[in-house]
Design a protein around this ligand. Structure first.
Ligand SMILES: [Zn+2]
Ligand SMILES: [Zn+2]
Length: 277
């Protein structure tokens, strides 16, 4: 049993790291993470570590000493600002125990990755944030590790992946214009493991007319199960070989499915989701 919050050394550590405690609690509650670990960079001093279990109890290690901070202990600080967090239901995150590969709704992993990075960023410097999330298999949680300026790391079972860095723009498949990760459109052909990037919807049209040149999907961590059920143009039920178009607007991802490139083309020509009539 660790000394509790009535211990003077614990009180001092809690006061010193009140905003980190408040922020980790806020992150844990909003992300539905199984476990959150934050290493707070303190410059020349050794980092403080906050290890939060589900429910909000934190073990705080400061100056080499561990203190229990029960979930109900009040702290004199507000949480620091964090990005929008949209936890995916654990049933939607499917991990393969043999390969460690992960199937998730498009955008779900990127959102969680960005959220974990936001937690590390909130404390700056070399601070590291780690969060563990449930998948459909209770024995295979997914772990995301983030530190400012480094690629996001994702681990499931024995599998380890680097998530593409969020701030890296990608060229539009049609015109080459740089498309930021929070902007533009991305077309996916999940079954073929192929995708294309568009700076705007209008560029889907010449791309599709000229024979739909696809690029290989960057990393095997996204896509596959996008949850789309019917063609946004003809309402036909979608098969595994369908095409998806995902619009990025900041943290939001808006996905539409199509029975094939032909109906994606018709839909894009008509102005997409916001077409008149
Ligand atoms: Zn373009
Ligand atoms: Zn269709």
């Amino acid at each position: 049993m660790l000394p509790g919050a009535d211990d003077p050394a614990a009180l001092k550590a809690i006061a010193r790291h009140a905003d980190a405690i408040a922020t980790v609690r806020d992150f844990a509650a909003r992300s539905d993470a199984l476990r959150v670990v934050l290493l707070v960079d303190l410059g020349d001093e050794s980092p403080a570590m906050l290890d939060a279990a589900r429910g909000g109890a934190i073990e705080l290690t400061d100056e080499g000493e561990a203190h229990a901070v029960p979930a109900e202990t009040p702290v004199p600080a507000s949480p620091r600002a964090l990005p929008d967090i949209r936890p995916a239901p654990s049933s939607a995150l499917r991990a393969d125990p043999a390969t460690g590969e992960l199937a998730a709704p498009i955008g779900a992993i990127a959102n969680l990755g960005h959220a974990v990075l936001g937690l590390a960023r909130a404390f700056g410097g070399r601070s590291v944030a780690t969060a563990e999330f449930a998948t459909h298999d209770p024995d295979l949680p997914m772990t995301i590790v983030a530190r400012e300026g480094e690629p996001l790391l994702l681990a499931v079972g024995d599998g380890r992946f680097e998530l593409p860095h969020r701030s890296m723009p990608e060229p539009c498949t049609w015109c080459g214009t740089a498309v930021e990760s929070w902007d533009g459109y991305r077309a996916y052909e999940p079954e073929g493991g192929r995708r294309a990037v568009f700076c705007r919807l209008e560029h889907v049209v010449p791309w599709a007319i000229r024979g739909a040149h696809w690029e290989p999907m960057p990393a095997a961590v996204e896509g596959v199960e996008d949850g789309l059920r019917e063609c946004a143009w003809c309402a036909a039920a979608l098969e595994g070989d369908h095409v998806a178009l995902v619009r990025a607007r900041g943290e939001h991802r808006i996905a539409d499915g199509f029975c094939g490139v032909g109906h994606l083309l018709e839909w894009a020509k008509a102005g997409g989701r916001w077409r008149a009539g």
